[in-house]
Write a protein that binds this ligand. Sequence first.
Ligand SMILES: [Zn+2]
Length: 164
Amino acid sequence: MHVPSRQASVKRYTGHPCKEGHTERYISNRGCVICAYNARKGKRNIEYTRAKEKYGVGPTSWWANKRLATAKYRAKREGVPFDLVAIDIISAAPIDGLCPVFSLPLVWCDRKNPMNAELDRTIPELGYVRGNISIISQRANSMKSNAKSPDELQLVVDWMRRGL
Ligand SMILES: [Zn+2]
């Protein structure tokens, strides 16, 4: 069944570019599509900057709720179990504030920082459930999640060592 794109039905070129010169407009309110997107993005960036100042000090409930929302979305997309509340995520954060892999201080609410605290599933297929989650740095998380198994990660280590 062909499902027409929602975007195609709500946007069109009116022949009148906006003051920035963009051409695509929403049919409903005639607003510029690009300008509206930029405004939303700007608002989101401001929200994150403010949150970082206010909450970026540790595993706060604001932070946990953001992780919770992402986890819920991913669980649905990947079809894995989800059964967590904010307190589970806060409890999973290391008490000393250090990444359990690198023993370096974690940062909070800073997605551009490799030490940003992320929610990790020990065994991804088991999903987001108590006992299967931990908080590790983004750097450790991406190294781990790119490997399909500990054995595969070990192959990389072996290969690196052979070159030394
Ligand atoms: Zn515009």
